[in-house]
Design a protein around this ligand. Structure first.
Ligand code: IMP
Ligand code: MG
Length: 426
């Protein structure tokens, strides 16, 4: 992805999350100088398999696993400080050097204990099937202009005032839910006092740092979390996350100019998954869904929930190509389909007596659509050792070529296993 003219590259999920962004970012970070997260928070779970060890990263960019790469958490992220230091300490214990190369935007909003309490006690959050990490409530406070930012830790008086007011509000909300649980000012302040010094040591004007890096010609990777169909504006609202997951969010979430982005890589699975509630038009029948779930180990990296599995949906990915401006696509987990005798690709949606190829805005329409499938033959042999497109079995190659035709974007990478080296296209 990085060339003389491609210096700033965004990586986005082009389905409902869990497409394998962690692996691609890890692989691409080899050639990056900076890796920056721009939205979401500890709801993300990016899995990276290094062969003998594996890591699941929630907030720290997957680039941290490469020595010398600088990593940052942008202003668009809602940061859970306890989780962050848990993650840092875990990495350090595993021999990863974090100090001096991880920065946090001083403008990032904090996820505090009362956000998690509200998220876990709210019936609305439950009906959406959130991760319970306090993401929605923290973004609500941000948009309502009462949030607590990293830089507020520099002013204990202002911090206390904000926490007191927000705790009171949180408790009114909890009582409105009929919950007996209550947030406590001193619990929150204790956490913040304990972590303030460590957190402020990482705090920087990340937008400015990245801007300077861009000016000096650095290779900058902007790492998205979740997927395009979970975007607050473009996803299957209200069954979405609370941030701008698409490439437009990368500029605002890091604090750089949209015109400084050179390329956008969309990550898609060779099939589709979704965790949580909301429509999934190509959802497989129970037996096939269970089979693919087992083959692909489709259990949430953050919550452990079983992921719902579906066939590849070209309507979804073509939509993601358009709203993100994808210049390239990486297809992951092709190997998961190795043993299937036939495979379906959704090429359109039937509803209202017509065939549609654009993704509808209203989820009640998305819930009704009948996918139009094209069935292709499986290859029924292992793809795990393929390192070039020519190494793929003919039917697997034909499958990838067909996806490329349908999604309006170039497939530049195909991942055929969880390990770093199991990838075609580098
Ligand atoms: P929230 O982001 O915790 O508010 O959850 C909102 C929706 O986004 C739920 O359906 C979650 O399952 C989904 N979601 C959040 N983060 C991820 C992720 O990293 N991968 C896949 N789904 C996610
Ligand atoms: Mg994940």
């Amino acid at each position: 992805m990085f060339t003389d003219s491609n210096r700033t590259v965004v990586v986005v999920g082009a389905q409902w999350g869990d497409e394998g962004k962690g692996k691609l970012v890890d692989v691409l970070a080899e050639r990056a100088d900076w890796v920056v997260r721009y939205q979401g928070g500890a709801n993300a779970g990016h899995t990276v398999d290094l062969g003998d060890v594996g890591f699941v990263l929630h907030q720290i960019p997957s680039g941290i696993l490469h020595e010398g790469v600088r990593c940052a958490i942008g202003n668009g992220v809602v940061l859970d400080p306890e989780n962050l230091f848990g993650e840092i300490d875990g990495l350090v214990k595993d021999g990863i050097d974090v100090e001096g190369r991880l920065y946090v935007s001083d403008r990032a909003h904090l996820v505090l204990p009362y956000h998690k309490l509200i998220d876990s006690e709210s019936a609305h959050s439950q009906s959406i099937g959130t991760t319970g990490r306090g993401i929605g409530p923290a973004y609500e406070d941000k948009i309502a202009r009462r949030g607590v930012r990293v830089l507020d830790l520099r002013d204990p008086k202002r911090l206390r005032d904000l926490v007191e007011r927000n705790t009171e509000r949180a408790n009114a909300q909890l009582s409105g839910f009929g919950s007996a649980k209550r947030a406590d000012v001193s619990v929150t302040l204790d956490v913040l006092e304990r972590l303030a010094e460590r957190l402020l040591a990482l705090a920087e004007d990340v937008g400015l740092m990245v801007h300077r890096a861009q000016k000096s010609g650095a290779a900058v990777l902007l790492e998205g979390a979740q997927g395009s169909l979970l975007d607050i504006d473009h996803g299957t609202y209200p069954f979405v996350t609370s941030s701008s997951t698409t490439s437009g969010g990368a500029a605002t979430g890091v604090g750089i100019a949209p015109t400084s982005i050179d390329a956008v890589l969309g990550i898609v699975k060779a099939y589709t998954t979704r965790v949580g509630a909301g429509p999934l038009p190509t959802e497989m029948d129970d037996a096939m869904g269970e089979r693919v779930r087992a083959l692909g180990n489709e259990f949430g990296a953050t919550t452990g929930r079983a992921r719902r599995c579906g066939w590849f949906d070209a309507v979804v990915v073509r939509y993601a190509t358009r709203i993100n401006g994808l210049t390239d696509v990486a297809v992951t987990k092709l190997d998961v389909l190795d043993t299937l005798d036939r495979i379906a690709i959704c090429t359109g949606y039937e509803y209202d007596g017509d065939l549609h190829t654009e993704f509808p805005g209203d989820i009640s329409t998305v819930e009704q659509v009948v996918p139009r499938y094209e069935w292709v033959e499986g290859w029924q042999q292992s793809t795990a050792d393929a390192r070039r497109m020519e190494d793929l079995p003919k039917a697997a190659r034909a499958y990838v070529d067909r996806l490329q035709e349908l999604i309006d974007s170039r497939i530049s990478y195909v991942s055929v296993g969880t390990r770093r080296d199991q990838i075609i296209g580098l």
